[in-house]
Design a protein around this ligand. Structure first.
Ligand SMILES: Nc1nc2c(ncn2[C@@H]2O[C@H](COP(=O)(O)OP(=O)(O)OP(=O)(O)O)[C@@H](O)[C@H]2O)c(=O)[nH]1
Ligand SMILES: [Mg+2]
Length: 332
């Protein structure tokens, strides 16, 4: 893509053209050096978010029903006149291989809706890379006029906290199970939740679900509330049978109202931006280090002689950092 085409692409995005939106997201996901420069141009021209959108993170263990939940709740969102964008950060897809296809079929209804844009992001090998671009994808869909943005992520490891750091409301999905299961659930996942959903509360699992809800309610009592005036609801629902979904949507809207009125939403977004700035700066430094041939040679040389050269690793590393900073200084 050429620089002159960026203006057209920006116009396309802002006018809500789906092809342009998809193309813009592909551009920010690309790691090619020339694309990185173009995507910076693109992002500079579209950073217009005015805070009227709501960014929703949806997390939970693999197979708990996140995509099915989104398919159900998404329909309510659209019925209420919202424009919905769904972005999936999916580290499991590289393992299961079929997850992305699965997501598309599981959101069959939504994927046919004019008011909905769905973008499954292949994880590739670099999970960090995908998440870096997810923030930018959010900016793109917001510029295109989508006011409800859902980011789906599997609730394991780093991807979950990354998504937590780019959304306004964080929903954790769990499935019904006995007390044993609760013990096994890491406290961490519950600590992040603004809304807890016990999905699959139907069929054989229905009888378990009431106890599971109580267990989580009790577990939550032991935690310090994260948002003032908000007690985290635990909602039993069935995404397949569409039970309890309206209650979840109502909760999201109540949360949005609360944090918009008390200023928490903007405050939280500002903090996220500050964190993001630090992260990008660190990443930029690391990229520069990795691309610096002289430093890479120096590192390889030290590594080759690691068994025979005396001296502590810490001192050696310090030496590398100093020579890197020295090289940066010389550039000026
Ligand atoms: N009984 C029941 N099954 C459900 C419900 N929601 C989802 N499922 C089933 O659970 C399986 C996994 O659903 P998905 O929506 O793909 O789950 P997911 O959490 O998005 O999965 P990954 O993205 O692969 O982590 C599918 O077979 C669904 O039909 C529910 O409310 N009740
Ligand atoms: Mg899914």
């Amino acid at each position: 893509m050429k620089e002159s085409e960026i203006t057209d692409l920006v116009d396309g995005v802002v006018s809500g053209d789906r092809k342009a939106i998809a193309q813009a997201i592909t551009l920010v996901e690309s790691k090619k050096a020339s694309d990185v420069t173009l995507s910076e141009k693109l992002l500079e021209s579209i950073l217009t978010a005015d805070g009227s959108s709501i960014r929703i993170g949806i997390s939970g263990p693999p197979g708990v029903g996140k995509s099915t939940f989104i398919e159900s709740i998404g329909q309510l969102m659209v019925q209420d006149g919202n424009k919905l964008a769904v972005l999936a950060v999916d580290p499991s897809s590289s393992i299961s291989g079929g997850s992305i296809l699965g997501d598309k079929t599981r959101m069959e209804y939504l994927s046919r809706d004019e008011q909905v844009f769905i973008r499954p992001s292949p994880s590739g090998k670099n999970l960090g890379g995908v998440n870096r671009s997810t923030r930018e994808s959010i900016a793109i869909v917001e510029a295109a006029g989508f006011n409800v943005i859902i980011v789906e992520t599997v609730g394991v490891g780093q991807s979950q906290t990354e998504v937590f750091d780019m959304t306004d409301v964080f929903i954790v999905l769990l499935s019904p199970g006995g007390g044993d299961q609760l013990q096994g659930i890491k406290r961490g996942i519950i600590e992040l939740a603004d809304i807890l959903v016990v999905n699959k509360s139907d069929g054989d699992l229905k009888s378990f679900s009431r106890n599971t809800v109580l267990d989580y309610k009790n577990a939550l009592k032991l935690l310090k509330p994260r948002t003032k005036d908000w007690s985290v609801p635990v909602i039993a629902c069935s995404s397949l049978e569409k039970i309890g979904i309206d209650e979840c949507w109502e909760s999201i809207q109540n949360f949005q109202k609360l944090v918009t009125t008390n200023g928490h939403l903007q405050h939280n977004r500002n903090n996220q931006q500050k964190k993001w700035l630090l992260k990008e700066t660190r990443q930029g430094l690391l990229d520069a280090l990795e691309k610096n041939e002289a430093i890479q040679d120096e590192l390889r040389h030290i590594q080759a002689n690691i068994a025979t050269e005396r001296g502590s690793i810490k001192t050696k590393a310090k030496g590398v950092v100093e020579s890197f900073l020295g090289k940066l200084g010389n550039k000026k």
